[in-house]
Every structure is written in C-alpha cells, then in structure tokens.
Design a protein around this ligand. Structure first.
Ligand code: BG6
Length: 369
C-alpha cells in the first residue's frame, strides 16, 4: 500500500500535486469558480455574511490562518481563526450572519465537532471543509466542501494540509464571485495560478534527496526555529509542528517581525533557523524586511536555511542553504514552501530511526475532548 515508499508520510507528501489537482477538479471552469456544495447555504445568505470564523485543531488550525490572508483580501469579509477547543468556552459572538467554517481532515475530531455544534445551536451558519466522506462534522454542518486528498494514513498531516488550503481558497473565490468583490479577470488570474500549482509542486518534490541530506547532518539538533511573515507565517508554524510531532525536536515558528520583540534572544551559535522568504516581487515589499531579519540572526551565529524563490539573489550571501521554489504569487507561495519543511521533518525523524507514521503519544484523529 505504501507503493514503494518507506512510509505513508513519504507517499502522502509525494501525492500533494494530485491532492491539489483533485480538489480543484470540477470546481474551476472557464476561469471562474463555482462550488455547488454551497447552494445549500444559498447566495442571499452568502451575501449577508458579515463575519467568518474558521475553527480547527493542529494542522487544520494553520490552514485557517493561511486562508485568512486570501479570504479577507478577496471578499473583504473579516475572518477570525480560532482553535476549536478554545472557541466555545469563551461565549463567542454568533449571529445568523456569522459563518463558522470548520477544517478537519478526519471530520471526527471531537474538539472541532463540539465547536460546530455550539455554533449551530447558537444561530450561526456552518460550513465544513473535510477530507472524509460522510464523517460526523460534515453531517452536523449546513454545507460541506470536501477536499479530495485521498485517505491520509500517516498521523502527521501533509497532503490534507495543502488540499484544505485549496478548498478554503475556492470557498473564498466563490464568495468573492457571489459578493462581486473580485472582477472576472482577477478571478481568472487566480484560477490560472491554482491550475498551475500541481506542476510547480512536482518540481519542489524533485528536491527530496537534497533535503534528505540536510536532515541527515542535522540529526543531533536539539532545537529548530522557523520564521515566516504574512502568508509565510502559518507555514513556519506548520514546519515547527511537523518537527515536534514526528522528530520529537523542540521547534517553534515565529512571525519574522516578532523576532526583535523576544525570540531573537533564543539565537545562539549554530541554531538552525528555517526562513520562509517572501518573493522579491511581493507587492508588500516584505522581502527586504525578512532579508534583514536573516542578516540579524546570522550575525548572531544562526545557521540559515532559506526557502526562497528561484533566482532570489538577495538571500544568497546570508543563507547557509537555499531551497529554491518556483515563482508564485504571495498567496500561492506558501503551498510550495510547506513541502520542503514536511520533507525535512520526515527525513530528520527517519534519520533518528523513528516511526514517522505512528509518532508516540499521538493519534490520527482524536475523538475525545
Ligand atoms: C491531531 C492530529 O490529533 O488532530 C493532527 O495528530 C491533526 O495531525 C489534528 O492535524 C486535527 O485533525 P483533523 O482530522 O481534525 O484535521
């Protein structure tokens, strides 16, 4: 079943281009987006939504964080992202114009299920993004958009992450079409980029062996930091989570701008720091700021592993290793940048002789609160 791969996780990472392609299939046509699954909510209701809350746990929380950048930009509807297990215990403000979107690979995570039930009982509308047909969470929701990543066996989520971000992006685009906040041309441009993503992901996957070597010489590392900014920030968090989950290494993700407000104190000679570098073409010009963050921590002895756009010459003088990713726009780039981080965690755990598919103390889906 592993199809020649050493683990399910390795196999599932290799399936990411397909997971994206299948999640897009039938939902993007003629440069536009339509999710018939949302018909059960209806266009009038979608137009009256004044707030979106995305709830999930673990990796499924980071997909919400990722999608917030896109959904707010495209729809101008405020998006909050919250851990599902925190959500219902703080008396959240819910109205019929609140849409609570849950993200769950399994569709069975009890914390997330209880958040959805709470949202419904308190008058909000609910949408489930789920990878498992007929699971409990979609059954408890007003509408469901399935990701089509295929069964995910490894406990650490990989292909479900990218498929979930794609489904949330499609939801954002559908909403933007219904609400008229993006022009036809703008939607078509994003759709073209989404359709090009699987091939770009495949070129990142070709670097598996070189990332494996990197992991090999870092097997004794005790702590790894991950920095990202804007849409690269959730990916930094996800990179750190993967390393904790399967390699049992202390890892933390930070927003690069936060560095000087605390985390820079952690920088000591030799500490590996992965940096998700925004594109030099980024319209927010965050590239320069992240490069200067790199310079600051390099001066304090950090070893820099930069995930940067192909041909980004500005990072070269300061990075110990550059992992190049293909050109993509700001909101798409994180879907490419996450792959090297997943491979790194997989290979570091393997180099330590650990069972990557069944890490200690964790379950694929947690059906208790
Ligand atoms: C955790 C899993 O218990 O649940 C994580 O170990 C996962 O890998 C999280 O991201 C959420 O799971 P689901 O099925 O709701 O996406």
């Amino acid at each position: 079943e592993k199809g020649g791969w050493s683990s399910f996780m390795a196999k599932e990472i290799s399936e990411e281009p397909e997971a994206v392609a299948k999640t897009l299939l039938g939902r993007v046509a003629d440069g536009s987006v339509h999710l018939s699954e949302l018909d059960s909510i209806g266009d009038d209701a979608l137009r009256s939504i004044d707030r979106i809350v995305i709830v999930g746990a673990g990796t499924a929380n980071f997909t919400g964080m990722q999608a917030k950048y896109a959904i707010e930009k495209w729809t101008r509807v405020p998006v909050e992202v919250e851990l599902s297990h925190e959500f219902r215990y703080r008396d959240p403000i819910l109205t019929p114009n609140t849409l609570v979107v849950s993200t769950s690979q399994s569709g069975e995570t009890m914390d997330t299920l209880m958040a959805v039930k709470y949202a419904r009982e308190n008058g909000a509308r609910t949408l489930s993004i789920c990878n498992t047909q007929g699971a409990t969470i979609p059954r408890e929701s007003d509408a469901v958009v399935y990701t089509h990543a295929g069964p995910e066996v490894a406990v650490a989520s990989t292909k479900a992450f990218v498929a979930q971000v794609i489904a949330l992006y499609l939801f954002g685009l559908h909403l933007a079409v219904v609400r008229g906040t993006l022009s036809k041309d703008e939607v078509a441009e994003i759709v073209t980029e989404l359709n090009a993503l699987p091939d770009k992901m495949a070129t990142v996957l070709e670097q598996h062996d070189s990332i494996k070597q990197l992991a090999g010489w870092m097997a004794d590392t005790r702590s790894v930091l991950f920095l990202g900014r804007h849409a690269g920030y959730p990916v930094a968090l996800e990179g750190a989570l993967k390393l904790k989950e399967i390699a049992y290494i202390h890892a933390e993700g930070f927003a690069a701008g936060e560095l000087k407000h605390g985390p820079i104190a952690l920088i000591e000679p030799g500490i590996p720091v992965f940096v998700v570098v925004p594109s030099p073409r980024d319209p927010n010009s965050l590239h320069k700021k992240v490069v200067s963050n790199i310079q600051e921590i390099r001066a304090r002895g950090a070893r820099i592993l930069a995930i940067a756009e192909q041909g980004d010459a500005a990072v070269l003088p300061y990075a110990d290793v550059v992992i190049p990713i293909p050109l993509a726009s700001t909101l798409i780039e994180p879907l490419l940048a996450v792959i090297p981080l997943q491979i790194f965690a997989l290979e570091l755990a393997s180099a330590k002789g650990l069972d990557v598919d069944q890490p200690r103390n964790l379950a694929k889906s947690v059906t208790v609160e």
